[in-house]
Design a protein around this ligand. Structure first.
Ligand code: GRF
Length: 204
């Protein structure tokens, strides 16, 4: 399956996807396009190093969210993209765009959803005093950080953690969870039943 990845920053999850694909010649997906809304994002360098075409589409140049999303949509479809991965993409998406990719767009969120939607998840987890934290890969729906859950990984919150140490522990799991989730979607092993995704794989 042809995959497009949307990024805004560092791109370590993009790198995890690239590495998983390179490591396994039978991986059922290839990244054909990386789009950043931020010029100079390090993720773009990672893509270029891997020989993946990139586009920078600065959102500020558009009169509305819908117009920006349409520009991305056109690039994705022109590249033949079948699955979209959000990997540290820091823009809300319009309902039209999310509906156009329903069931074929996934996001990684650095918390165990439905807890801690939105930003600053690690700090908020520390403040809440939870003992388990983690990451979630889910199908994207119009609501932010909502949508059927595909893969989660949990980590302990340790007594001496600050948001950086906790973020690093979660990030390690993100880099495992995201390639796994992409594989499941690309292999057609996911079926959606209302708010729930059924994943046809061992352990689910
Ligand atoms: C990750 O923590 C991801 O879960 C969140 O934004 C961060 C992006 O990091 N959505 P990177 O750009 O993939 O390194």
């Amino acid at each position: 399956k042809k995959v497009g990845v949307l990024v805004s920053g560092r791109g370590s999850n993009l790198q995890a996807l690239i590495d998983a694909i390179v490591a396994d010649p039978t991986f059922p997906a290839e990244i054909v396009l990386v789009i950043s809304n931020v010029a100079g994002a390090y993720a773009l360098e990672r893509a270029a190093k891997a020989g993946i075409p990139t586009r920078t589409i600065p959102h500020k140049g558009f009169p509305s969210r819908e117009a920006f999303d349409d520009a991305m949509d056109r690039e994705l479809r022109a590249a033949g993209v079948e699955i979209v991965c959000l990997a540290g993409f820091m823009r809300l998406l319009s309902t039209a765009f999310t509906q156009g990719w329903a069931g074929r767009m996934i996001n990684i969120h650095p918390a165990l959803l439905p807890s801690f939607k939105g930003l600053h998840t690690h700090q908020r987890a520390l403040e809440a005093g939870v003992k388990l934290h983690g990451c979630t890969v889910h199908l994207v729906t119009p609501e932010l950080d909502d949508g059927p859950i595909l893969v989660q990984a949990a980590v302990p919150v340790l007594p001496d953690d600050d948001s950086d140490t906790l973020a690093a522990r979660v990030l390690e799991q993100e880099h495992r969870a995201y390639p796994l989730a992409l594989r499941l979607v690309a292999e057609g092993k996911v079926t959606v039943d209302g708010p729930r995704a059924h994943v046809d794989a061992p352990g689910n």
